[in-house]
Design a protein around this ligand. Structure first.
Ligand code: PLP
Length: 450
């Protein structure tokens, strides 16, 4: 195990062989990776023995916290019983069937069917193929265009990254693929200066209508969005935004896809972000929280409008992954959802720690560096500014978020930087006392950044 090597030895082996995702390889090999070797509840320990409060739930996924024996037991039992069988060619396994059934129960009522993938990116690839297939089957093959938003993150596969609106990703590898277009994000600090929150929500939603009219409504297949843009910096839209988006999709008959890879499974204080935002999507991508990240699993919930056409008119849907419905992953997901229910984690976020985090974040607005601080459920963002009164940002070259993140790293807190936004999404099991501890660390790191 890891204790047999020193941190330096781990770092040398890492730099020699491991190409990390979203990482500048040379910078990493100069600095050396921080090697995390164990975890419990909301805390991590690195190979130097430092304890770290993980305010990002790994990568927005460890909703039930680390060290949950029920998930370990479910994986172990399933590995012994049947480590793998696929769902191709008219076969199935009990955990995949049971999970499909349970997902139909915990998701909004329009969802009775699921298509499993191994990750959120694969789920969104499935969405692209499925919505185009849906319109084909309805005799409208010209409906190919999918509208997404700038600064959205929908994954790293060719289709996922194309749906995403990350310009840095589009600059690499010939992206985006044809038939995907983008509109502005509902980020008032950037796009809505001078407008009230509610006014801006309507303005931003109507960019969708403008794009539909520009492309031609008869060519638009779907609109996809995260209820709250996560990797883009926890962009919490005004309350007016999503209902207006829903109205526009309904008016033009366009499918609405909610990417719930981050917002799903309790993160916003409801089971799914679309419930918090008041929309009724036709399709819903999920991953991460479905297993609390203990093992990879993703998928797409398929609403009855789409499922009916695929099932009744479709014949074979020529699409799928070896690990669609992997029995061990499904067994872990079953244990995870059951544990979430047992611990009443969604209610815990909605009624207790969510409102408490919001009240604590509000106090950060007094800090000289903080131009805004807001939360939804257990997602939070702090906007750093050079002059908080005017909202004047720090020069980009200063990389203020990275400076703050560096302090967090040293002080034993994982908080992520997205430009000048510091973001958090702690495990849903976090307590009020642990929120106090986290807030103390956040304040200390903001003070050090001054
Ligand atoms: N969609 C959203 C909203 C995400 O945040 C992510 C990952 O962070 C993805 C899709 C891609 O998921 P995965 O990394 O499991 O492929």
């Amino acid at each position: 195990m890891s204790t047999q090597r020193t941190t330096r030895e781990w770092q040398a082996a890492d730099a020699a062989h491991f190409l990390h995702p979203f990482t500048d390889f040379q910078a990493l090999s100069r600095k050396g990776a921080r090697v995390i070797e164990r975890a419990e509840n909301i805390y991590l320990w690195d190979t130097e023995g430092h304890k770290i409060l993980d305010a990002m739930s790994g990568l927005w996924c460890v909703n039930v916290g680390y060290g949950q024996q029920a998930l370990v037991d479910a994986a172990t039992a399933q590995l012994k019983q049947l480590p793998f069988y696929n769902a191709f060619f008219q076969t199935a396994t009990p955990p995949a069937i049971e999970l499909a059934e349970l997902l139909a129960e915990v998701t909004p009522p329009q969802f009775k069917h699921v298509f499993f993938s191994g990750s959120g990116s694969e789920g969104n690839d499935t969405v692209v193929r499925m919505v185009r297939r849906y319109w084909d089957l309805l005799g409208q093959p010209e409906r190919q265009v999918i509208i997404s938003r700038d600064n959205a993150y929908h994954g790293s596969t060719m289709a996922g990254a194309s749906l995403g609106g990350m310009s840095g990703m589009h600059a690499q590898g010939g992206l985006p693929i044809p038939g995907i277009v983008h509109i502005g994000q509902p980020y008032r600090h950037e796009n809505g200066k001078g407008l009230s929150r509610d006014e801006f929500g309507l303005v931003a939603a109507r960019w969708l209508e403008e794009k539909i009219l520009e492309v031609g409504p008869e060519r638009v297949a779907a609109f996809i969005g995260e209820p709250i843009q996560g990797a883009g910096g926890v962009i919490i839209p005004p309350a007016t935004y999503w209902p207006e988006v829903q109205r526009i999709c309904d008016q033009y008959g366009i499918l609405l896809v909610s990417d719930e890879v981050i917002c799903g499974f309790g993160r916003t204080g409801r089971w799914f972000g679309c419930e918090t935002m008041g929309t009724k999507p036709d399709l819903m991508t999920f991953a991460k929280g479905v297993t609390s990240g203990y093992i990879p699993l993703g998928g797409v919930m398929v609403g009855e409008r789409v499922a009916k056409v695929l099932i009744e008119k479709g014949g074979e849907f020529a699409h799928g992954y070896t690990y669609s419905g992997h029995p061990v992953a499904c067994a872990v997901a079953l244990a995870n959802i059951k544990l979430m229910r047992e611990l009443k984690l969604v209610e815990h976020v909605r009624d207790d720690v969510g409102p408490y985090l919001a009240s604590q974040f509000a106090t950060l607005r007094d800090h000289p560096l903080v131009a805004d601080a807001e939360t939804c459920g257990l997602m939070g963002a702090i906007l750093l500014a050079k002059d908080k009164a005017t909202g004047t940002p720090f020069p980009e070259s200063l990389e203020i978020g990275m400076v703050c993140r560096g302090h967090c790293f040293r002080e034993g807190l994982i908080m992520r930087a997205v430009g000048d936004r510091m973001i958090i999404a702690p495990p849903l099991v976090i307590t009020r006392a642990q929120i106090d501890e986290m807030m103390g660390l956040i304040r200390r790191c903001l003070d050090l950044t001054l």
